[in-house]
Write a protein that binds this ligand. Sequence first.
Ligand code: PLP
Length: 367
Amino acid sequence: MWRNLKITKTSGSRLADVDFEALGFGNVFSDHMFSMTFREGAWRDPEILPYGHIALAPGCATLHYGQSVFEGLKAFLGEDNVARVFRPEMNARRLIHSCERLCIPPVDEAEFCAAIDALVGLDHAWIPRKRGQALYIRPLIFGIENHLEVRPSTAFRFIVMTAPVRAYFQEGVEPIALKVEETYTRSAPGGVGHVKTAGNYAASLYPTQLGARDGYVQMVWLDGIEHRYIEEVGAMNIFFRLKDRIVTPDLHGTILPGVTRDSAITLLRDAGHSVEERRIAIDEIVQAVHSGDLLEVFGAGTAAIIAPVGRFAYQDQVFDVQDNQAGEVTRWLYDCLTDLQRGDAEDRYGWNRLIELDVPRSAAASS
Ligand SMILES: *Cc1c(COP(=O)(O)O)cnc(C)c1O
């Protein structure tokens, strides 16, 4: 799409040093990154260059005031040696929405997807093969102007980086334990809880650290007004299976509209499950534990895919979800989604964007 896309390839690939059996989450980055700069009213200078440090002035306003938005999506490599990126158009549209809220000039959908095509096509050898693993794609936009006034920057940088990542959910791994947070809140009506912007995560660090001391990997956030209605979990949306229906909080401006959430709702409904998007009070869930109606709880997000929740703490009590095992619908959904993403199941919704590989993968050296 760009006639002027400049590509500078690395002179020494780091791929051979990567242990694909011991991947973390975003601690190893692929060889290249995509970059584009906004100045004098337009996005310019699209290029692919070796992943590496960037120079910023200490007065760069984003470092002080957080004018930054990001996205997270994944590329997979199937048995058929085709690279697939899962629903990038949805991430592109969400990024545009985030940009608007943060006064950042948007990158349009076609350019967003073209940047990913070019980058993943070039670094395809970095896409892990194992089920559960993926090449995580992290687009990021931030102001780069050197000034301390609180006002929107006039110059921005758009960078896309990729990282081979591990499976969060593996066969035999214990379901996660969550703490329902009663004191701190993640977002409030009119705020930025519905957009993927840096400040949301900065604000969550302290309460999450307190929870981690007690053995809880993530918080279940409650609404910012009454501390009563369930919102979401760290970087996942949350679902509850209550007897014959599945419920999840509706999108009312304070939670992130997850691509995985949307995909899960579609897959569940098409399989005949009744899914309700509505307000869910924490008391309703506690009651459902007592009555035996709470059958499963799971989180849904790009990083965690579908993560079973086996236990949660609320008001000094600990509740087990059934017998702290991944439930039947949770497992089915995980398989369904990963089959689709890897190309093992028919892509009946047209969710996968296929990427032409630079070199046929079968001819590439790495596993
Ligand atoms: C990214 C994110 C999610 C999940 O969204 P996906 O598009 O499914 O990855 C949920 N909550 C928060 C706060 C997030 O940042």
